[in-house]
Design a protein around this ligand. Structure first.
Ligand code: ZN
Length: 112
């Protein structure tokens, strides 16, 4: 399997370069490592914390959809109804994909 390792806290792919020595990184950032420690101390709140972080994950998708609707309407001459529909479909597809990805990541997290 070639999928990238996911941050054990926020489930983002870990992109930090790996040194030749040492264990592979479990978190994408120092902030996540600390948050994960707090979550561990808090026990089963770990998944709740992960879910609380999701609002930040979904925010850019909502913003992109709003931008897309405006662009379709103002720059490409779509009717407001069409622009709303197309941007709405884009938003729904992105949220669905993200939700499936995060669900898989949570399962992975819970099995550790
Ligand atoms: Zn992270």
């Amino acid at each position: 399997m070639t999928e990238p390792d996911l941050c054990a806290h926020c489930a983002a792919p870990i992109t930090a370069p790996r040194g030749a020595r040492g264990p592979k990184p479990k978190y994408c950032s120092a902030a996540c490592r600390q948050a994960a420690h707090r979550a561990r101390v808090g026990g089963p709140a770990a998944v709740s914390n992960l879910m609380a972080d999701l609002s930040e994950t979904f925010q850019p998708i909502a913003e992109a959809a709003v931008g897309m609707r405006k662009g379709l309407e103002e720059e490409h001459g779509y009717s407001p109804t069409m622009a709303e529909m197309i941007a709405g479909q884009y938003h729904a597809a992105m949220v669905k994909g993200m939700a499936e990805f995060l669900f898989a990541a949570q399962i992975k997290l819970l099995r550790k």
